[in-house]
Design a binder for this molecule. Structure first.
Ligand code: THU
Length: 148
């Protein structure tokens, strides 16, 4: 779905004002990005089932492979504060194209279900929304460990 239109919202999507706040919080988080090596700031904002928002930015390191993405920072903040049920995440960057999460982040998101929404934004604020199931189809998750 392209952003900005006036179409009625599907029942499982956040109310417009919650979504606007989520998008805003992802842009705010981007301003905190610690990315002296890539100079590619990213922000993420995660909406819990209870309506709270946890945000995160990418945090790089002089030992390059220790850098962590914005999406995982937000998830780790939420989990460590006791939240494990998520409705949506918004991701922001300075790109002229839609920011899209890396494979590692998709798998970490998937740990917490496949039926939540990821808002991929452009620097101009427009967005598309994808179900996690679309971003990581035919995925492996906690339920699979019980199938042995
Ligand atoms: N990055 C994110 O934080 N999220 C994404 O969705 C894509 C990439 C970060 C990782 C690294 O700090 C920088 O952007 C360049 O890859």
């Amino acid at each position: 779905m392209e952003g900005g239109g006036q179409q009625p919202r599907p029942p499982d999507q956040p109310p417009r004002e919650h979504l606007q706040l989520l998008l805003h919080r992802s842009r705010e988080a981007k301003n905190c990005a610690y990315c002296p090596y890539s100079r590619f700031p990213v922000g993420a904002a995660l909406l819990t089932a209870g309506g709270e928002i946890f945000s995160g930015c990418n945090v790089e390191n002089a030992c390059y492979n220790l850098g962590v993405c914005a999406e995982r920072t937000a998830i780790q903040k939420a989990i460590s504060e006791g939240h494990t049920s998520f409705r949506a995440m918004a991701i922001a960057s300075d790109m002229g194209d839609f920011i899209t999460p890396c494979g590692a982040c998709r798998q970490v998101m998937r740990e917490f279900g496949t039926d939540w929404d990821i808002y991929l934004t452009k620097a101009d604020g427009t967005y598309i929304v994808k179900r996690l199931e679309e971003l990581l189809p035919f995925s492996f998750g906690p339920e699979d460990l019980k199938k042995m």
